[in-house]
Design a binder for this molecule. Structure first.
Ligand code: SF4
Length: 267
């Protein structure tokens, strides 16, 4: 990573950053134009058990800095992995899913909407493969209506993952300005308006019951089906996540240990 890039990123992160500004800085580092379309950095491709079996491409770089992120190393070290074209990624995903008899593929490990040209081309390459592409996103960049509209396709399902249940909590957990919470909801609204297939998950590990209820009320106002299909998300206390939480003196109400056991009120 170059010196100037480091400076820009550090400045953007000081004092409650704007995720849209950070998106632009990160995009410059993890994407690159080429004759084969916009390239994006990925660090691995793997089968996973989620969604009943899904072949997964793990990308590098994100427009948030969630303190509980399991993939934090690949969020901040943007020189990891290598650049891939949309065609290359599509081929790896299709071959990997077919070999294992999976019907779904996804991009994980980072924010897949960074690098719009790359993502849209990847989605187009997957069209007609018979595979469902699950787009897991924080939806910040989908606050752009046109981008959200581009995702309303038969072979895409969007999982919007909200980082906390209130604007204050979003800011505390991500270090971003509270406005970022509303950008997420704006992205969600745009997806609904565009007719995209979508459901919402939210990190509830740091929330009291009334804060979860408040969020569900916001979701109900957008569309009652979001409440029906709501997916509560608990933070997994991997050693690195635990250490970051401990240093920040943030204690989850409830979380999951790497062995799957539940813990509450301590880290
Ligand atoms: S939005 Fe997701 S990938 Fe980005 S920092 Fe948060 S948890 Fe990690």
């Amino acid at each position: 990573m170059d010196r100037e890039g480091h400076c820009q990123e550090t400045l953007a992160l000081i004092g409650g950053y704007d995720p849209l500004t950070l998106s632009r800085i990160v995009e410059e580092k993890v994407t690159k134009p080429s004759l084969e379309g916009q390239l994006r950095r990925y660090y691995r491709f793997r089968p996973t058990r989620f969604y009943g079996g899904i072949f997964t491409a793990d990308a590098v770089g994100c427009n948030l800095r969630c303190i509980f992120c399991w993939s934090f190393r690949h969020v901040v070290n943007m020189e990891l992995g290598r650049f891939y074209s949309p065609k290359e990624v599509a081929k790896i995903l299709i071959d990997g899913a077919r070999r294992r008899g999976f019907s779904k593929v996804r991009v994980s490990g980072a924010e897949p909407t960074i690098g719009r040209g790359h993502l849209i081309e990847l989605i187009e390459e997957l069209e007609g493969s018979g595979l469902l592409f699950i787009l897991e996103t924080n939806a910040i960049l989908l606050s752009d209506k046109n981008y959200a509209r581009d995702l309303a396709r038969d072979h895409i399902h969007v999982r919007v993952s909200l980082k906390g249940t209130t604007p204050e909590q979003f800011s505390k957990l991500t270090g971003a300005k509270e406005e970022g919470f509303f950008l997420q909801l704006e992205g969600l609204r745009n997806l609904l308006e565009s007719g995209a297939s979508v459901h919402v998950s939210a990190v509830i590990s740091f929330s009291k019951e009334e804060e979860v209820s408040q969020l569900l009320e916001r979701l109900r106002e957008l569309d009652p089906t979001l409440v029906r299909d709501f997916e509560p998300e608990l933070v997994v206390l991997y050693p690195s996540v635990r250490e970051r939480l401990r240093k920040a003196r943030i204690t989850p109400e409830i979380a999951v240990m790497p062995d799957g056991s539940l813990v509450s009120g301590k880290i």
